[in-house]
Write a protein of this length. Structure first.
Length: 115
């Protein structure tokens, strides 16, 4: 499985963000799809993920502001975030967890929210 992410860039505080990620290869081996983020000097943390069956998990920091969705047939996952804040500045990584318990990461996309 390979991952290709798009979206990100500079976003005004209070605005919205949309990140998308497309998996290729054996997409039917994928259980979880989602996003992590890593702010400067901090560890990589979960933002949200969604199982093949549609069960969603969100970090407390984005609860109520983020919506994650996926298309199993296309192998795509979409993250929408509203009310963006400077603390959301980070590199966002698409990832998948397969049924073989393998984690695969995308290359990361920078999101910057100027104060």
């Amino acid at each position: 499985v390979q991952l290709q992410a798009s979206g990100g860039g500079s976003v005004q505080a209070g605005g919205s963000l949309v990140l998308s990620c497309e998996a290729s290869g054996n997409i039917f081996s994928i259980d979880y799809m989602g996003w992590y983020r890593q702010a400067p000097g901090k560890q990589r943390d979960l933002v949200a993920h969604i199982t093949r069956g549609g069960v969603r998990t969100y970090a407390d920091s984005v609860m109520g502001r983020a919506t994650i969705s996926r298309d199993n047939a296309k192998g795509t996952v979409l993250l929408r975030m509203n009310s963006i804040e400077p603390v959301d500045t980070a590199v966002y990584y698409c990832y998948v967890h397969t049924y073989q318990s393998v984690d695969i990461w995308g290359s990361g996309t920078q999101v910057t929210v100027p104060a």
